[in-house]
Design a protein around this ligand. Structure first.
Ligand SMILES: Cc1cc2nc3c(=O)[nH]c(=O)nc-3n(C[C@H](O)[C@H](O)[C@H](O)COP(=O)(O)OP(=O)(O)OC[C@H]3O[C@@H](n4cnc5c(N)ncnc54)[C@H](O)[C@@H]3O)c2cc1C
Length: 449
């Protein structure tokens, strides 16, 4: 319990807004993307700037409140909010400043990929970012960051040049290759363990138009298409990212390959021809489009408020047996309204960075796999969770033990350790230095020793 007079003083010192239970806007402010999450914080502070973030950290420390940090609110596991504690909400801190001459952009911690792409594409520039515009830049970057440009330009965190971080003692630090290098290393894959990142500075690249779109096949041909996709995508040039997804949507089950070629369009036409002419696609929308178009392809599918459950892993063996198991499970157990098994294309520039060069360690993986279930009614949760868990159990023998930390669910300490992999001990040492009391623990938590 925090005394009313302390809350009043805290509120008066803010430029942003404070929400308490019962306040107008409180219920909206506690909602996150995943409709499964229903937490009731004691306080939500919607910060207007760095001073508010520092005040919030100091207030929580002095009053011993649990703290959650919210960027875009897309974390499926729901760590952006907490019961009874203080949510430091950055969702109004969205400014993006582009420096076209130096090819850099600085964005505040509440910006989304939609905000970021909007500003950078005005100059024909972009960096690797999430493939759904409402995803926050913050959580995504701190966990690694995969997206359509990752094979050409690396993970999002590989493009991070510096970050401003409010640490547990309420001070603002700059982390970069020159300053607080250990912190900078940890921010590139160590997720939200070390402080509140109030702004990110990125390297950006000339991007667009891209050759991109969707190639859809009937589920009956999914096995042969996936075998072709595996061989073709593994050998493809770095300009290509192609994700293959078995999905059941309103049009029934199918296999969709979303491609994005970020080099010269004529060369892209040549590179994508074998994929586009394989088998008998039902739909092929591949065409030269602005980068923003491909970044918006999935906006309709991922509406906020739906209930989500995800399980993931990196494919260790993308063998014929794996393909048989994935397709057989999917074909035998598809139910409405939305289920997907997505195979995401890594390698290229992602794999050219050594596992110990940043906190993101899964550099050798060529494909990541995501089992995704989305539904509308809480009463249907058991059936949906059951499907996703069975699906994952079928596929698990073909996966590595570690998971991309941003796709990790609530899976205990073993899951967290596997997600950080060989970098866990070094991350724990950085946690000891910058957050020895584990003040920031609503995350895929690295425990100080
Ligand atoms: C629809 C959808 C699409 C997605 N697409 C992609 C994709 O294309 N590529 C990809 O790599 N991932 C993707 N993800 C996963 C995504 O990376 C994570 O959900 C990520 O956590 C989202 O960041 P956020 O800021 O929106 O999340 P939040 O839920 O706000 O934050 C997640 C966690 O990050 C930490 N955090 C957030 N903001 C800050 C901050 N400013 N400072 C310090 N810590 C902070 C906190 O620990 C918080 O609990 C997707 C997720 C969804 C739901």
């Amino acid at each position: 319990m925090v005394a009313n007079k302390n809350i009043r003083k805290f509120r008066e010192g803010l430029r942003g807004r404070l929400f308490l239970p019962g306040d107008q806007g409180y219920d909206n402010a506690r909602k996150v993307f995943n409709g499964m999450i229903d937490k009731r914080p004691a306080l939500i502070v919607r910060c207007a700037g760095v001073a508010d973030v520092m005040a919030a950290v100091n207030f929580a420390r002095e009053t011993q409140l649990l703290v959650a940090v919210r960027g875009g609110g897309h974390g499926v596991v729901g760590n952006a909010v907490c019961d009874d504690g203080l949510v430091i909400d950055l969702s109004r801190m969205k400014s993006v400043r582009v420096d076209p001459g130096n090819r850099t952009a600085r964005a505040e911690g509440g910006a989304t990929w939609g905000d970021f792409d909007h500003e950078t594409q005005a100059f024909g520039l972009a960096t690797t970012g999430g493939i759904v515009p409402s995803t926050g830049i913050a959580g995504l970057t701190l966990g690694g960051g995969i997206g359509y440009l990752n094979r050409k330009y690396g993970l999002t965190c590989d493009n991070l040049l510096s970050a401003d971080v409010v640490t547990a003692d309420g001070l603002l630090l700059k982390a970069s290759a020159e300053e607080n290098e250990d912190l900078f290393w940890g921010l590139r894959g160590g997720s939200g363990n070390f402080g509140v990142v109030t702004s990110f500075e990125y390297r950006i690249h000339r991007v667009g138009p891209v050759l991109a779109g969707e190639i859809v096949y009937s589920l009956d041909h999914a096995k042969e298409v996936l075998r072709f996709y595996r061989d073709w995508s593994t050998a493809a040039p770095e300009e290509v990212r192609a994700d293959a997804t078995l999905l059941s949507g309103s049009d029934g089950p199918a296999l969709a390959v979303i491609v994005c070629y970020c080099g010269a369009v004529e060369e892209g036409e040549r590179v994508l021809r074998p994929l586009r002419s394989f088998g008998s696609p039902i739909v092929d929308t591949v065409a030269p489009v602005p980068y923003a178009t491909v970044q918006n392809l999935l906006t309709e599918v991922f509406q906020p408020g739906l209930l989500h459950y995800w399980k993931a892993g990196f494919l260790r063996a993308f063998s014929d047996d794996a393909i048989e198991a994935i397709v057989d499970f999917f074909a035998g157990a598809v139910t409405a309204p939305f289920a997907a098994i997505a195979i995401e294309h890594l390698g290229g520039a992602v794999s050219r960075v050594a596992p110990q060069d940043t906190a993101f360690s899964h550099r050798d993986a060529q494909h990541s796999l995501l089992v995704l279930r989305m539904w509308q009614d809480l009463a249907d949760s058991e059936d949906n969770l059951d499907w996703a868990r069975k699906c994952y159990r079928t596929i698990a023998p073909f996966l590595e033990s570690g998971v991309y930390v941003n796709y990790l669910g609530d899976e205990g300490e073993a899951g967290v350790r596997a997600a950080y992999g060989a970098n866990y001990e070094r991350l724990a040492a950085i946690k000891n230095k910058y957050d020895p009391t584990n003040f920031f623990r609503m995350n895929q938590n690295i425990k100080p020793v």
